[in-house]
Design a protein around this ligand. Structure first.
Ligand code: CUA
Length: 325
């Protein structure tokens, strides 16, 4: 048989395999499960991969026999019945069994999960904890080893919530609430992302999930429940006045102030968060200044308008925003 020019199937397969495997500790990967949902799904992945491999190997063997084997006559019907019906039916039955048993194993049935509401927006995540009565954005803290129930919604278009290491991938559909239970085993930071194309900044719609020991989580909740402190210096008072005058308050909320907009992230504890702009940059006073003055330079297509401020005004505003811890 003539060789197909330029194609090296073995190498192609090997490289394809590598693309899924090259990860580091910083890369969220479904191959490093950190909770029971992800672990069950990975086991199922390996089972399906093995079954697919067996089916493929048998197919290639039969094909090779057909091409190069000695013709022996025999009954064609047997080939069709065993190779075309019985063998695939057995593979599909095994696939069905393992898929159903995995679905049963990950179906969340905990009676008393911690409920967290997540609303997808272009291009950020609104997060609220009904049990504790506060809201935050783009960062979810969870106690480890406790069932968590996500209630996923969308404020505009389809998004999808994907946390590879914890096994969650679920659409956020306008007009519908999708629920999902999971838990995390390890106290660490988990990166999540939007996995449904939702517009120009889809790729910069990241999410940080922070798994914590119960005591650390309780401390975080207690802090988040506090209102923002009133400005205590002339500079921060000036910053607060600029915040109100520059109309930031029309979209954002700072609890404990007259700022109660609800179309942009809650800023009450802005400085307790690790990133800005849904993971587009680390949260520091420098990047916050850049973000306020020119958000489109950092994240083109973001809905936040640039604030038209003088240097002195920006400085005062940043001083005030730094107090939101
Ligand atoms: Cu939200 Cu893609």
């Amino acid at each position: 048989m003539k060789r197909l020019s330029g194609v090296r199937p073995a190498w192609s397969l090997f490289l394809l395999w590598l693309t899924g495997c090259v990860t580091t500790d910083q890369t969220p990967s479904t191959l490093h499960p950190q909770g029971y949902v992800a672990a069950e799904m990975l086991t199922l992945t390996y089972i399906l991969l093995a079954l697919g491999g067996i089916g493929f190997a048998v197919f290639i063997a039969v094909l090779a026999y057909g091409l190069w084997g000695k013709p022996r006559g025999g009954n064609l019907h047997n080939w069709i019945i065993w190779g075309g019906i019985v063998f695939p039916a057995i593979l599909l039955a095994i696939t069905y069994f393992f898929t159903i048993s995995t679905l049963r194993a990950i179906a969340g049935t905990a009676d008393d999960p911690l409920i967290i509401e997540v609303v997808g927006n272009q291009y950020w995540w609104q997060v609220s904890y009904p049990e504790f009565g506060f809201e935050t954005a783009n960062e979810i803290h969870i106690p480890i080893n406790r069932p968590i129930q996500l209630e996923l919604k969308s404020a505009d278009v389809y998004h999808a919530f994907w946390l590879p290491e914890l096994g969650i991938k679920r659409d956020l559909v306008p007009g519908t609430t999708n629920t999902y239970q999971f838990s995390a085993d390890v106290a660490k930071q988990y990166w999540g992302l939007c996995s449904e194309f939702c517009g120009i900044q889809h790729a910069n719609m990241l999410l940080l999930v922070i798994g914590q020991e119960q005591a650390d989580f309780d401390q975080w909740v207690a802090n988040q429940q506090q209102d923002a402190p009133a400005p205590t210096t002339e500079l921060t008072q000036r910053g607060y006045d600029i915040y109100i005058d520059a109309q930031c308050a029309l979209c954002h909320t700072i609890r404990g102030t007259e700022s109660a907009g609800n179309t942009a992230p809650d800023l009450t504890h802005l400085n307790s968060r690790l990133t800005l702009g849904a993971g587009v940059t680390r949260n520091s006073i420098g990047s916050l200044g850049g973000w306020v003055a020119n958000p489109h330079g950092i994240k083109p297509g973001v809905l936040m308008p640039a604030a038209q401020l003088t240097g002195e005004e920006l400085n005062a505003l940043l001083a005030y925003l730094q107090t939101l811890r």
